[in-house]
Design a binder for this molecule. Sequence first.
Ligand code: MRU
Length: 346
Amino acid sequence: MLKIKTIEFKDEKLYLLDQRKLPNDCEFFVCETFEDVDFAIKDMVVRGAPAIGAAAAYGVVLAAGQFMKEDKDVFVKRLQEACDVLYNSRPTAVNLMWAVNRMRRVLEKNESLGNQEIYDRLREEADRIFKEDLSTNKKIAEFGNSILPQKATILTHCNTGALATTGYGTALGVIREAFYSGKDIFVYADETRPRLQGAKLTAWELVQEGIPSRLIADSVAATLIRDGRIDLILVGADRIASNGDTANKIGTFMLSVVAKVYGVPFYIAAPTTTIDFEIESGKEIKIEERSAEEVTHISGVRVAPEGINVYNPAFDVTPAENITGIITEKGIVKKPFKENILKLKE
Ligand code: MRU
């Protein structure tokens, strides 16, 4: 386990390990207001679907602290507005909307209580969201590990570790679990341009844990897959549609296509909170487009000429047909996805 806490709510403040600064600096970004949390999510101080959900939940708690002295009606109205802001801080990962909606429900249910009591209820709910994610991750890791052979070379994309969740991780959690259980695991981590979550974050977690691994440029992956050097691809998800179509970090779709051509198993590891039962297919998933600077610059240094136009979608959708299975805390979902995903709804 990572020794450092990546998200922590203490002394009425939210401490986020600043993922923009890793791996060179280990600094905390301290949120005192819900606006700070909104900024932290947008600017990717905190990122990864489950992590932004948990951060937003604490953002609602901070808002309750900010407006505590207001009259009850104003207090509730301001909190609802804060929920709207946090809900819209990033568009693709559904865990964010799921977490904010959970907080909204607590607010609605307890509207007749005093401001302090509402604050306490919101704080309890945010703590629950935080803890549930951690235990969910552990279950995903155990289910995932159960399908890994004693010796495996795994390719992963983006960061799905302790940094992307409230601890442990989803796809990287499975890798952690396999490694801790004594399996002979080797990881290839895509650097994941443009934000370099693989190079900066996944590589950092792998090195901290001593998991045997190599960092590769994204364009190396296809060659490794073709040459039979990858046993399995394991990635996370930001939103899974009812039919199994899965939005994840840009570049995931491309990996799935190559995996299909060469018959390499392609698994998604994600909590059921990443499933959007409201949508039928990936066509309905809104894909975030981020700034041109993420492509024209690397670590603040311009690498492309002034005046060039840029297209920078942050995610893509992998069609369900390219996915071998979805590893959740409730078990491993296989095809037919539509039917089997519905069973997870309870
Ligand atoms: O833009 P990011 O860094 O928030 O994107 C993160 C991913 O795409 C992850 O793979 C996904 O959120 C799963 S994290 C457990």
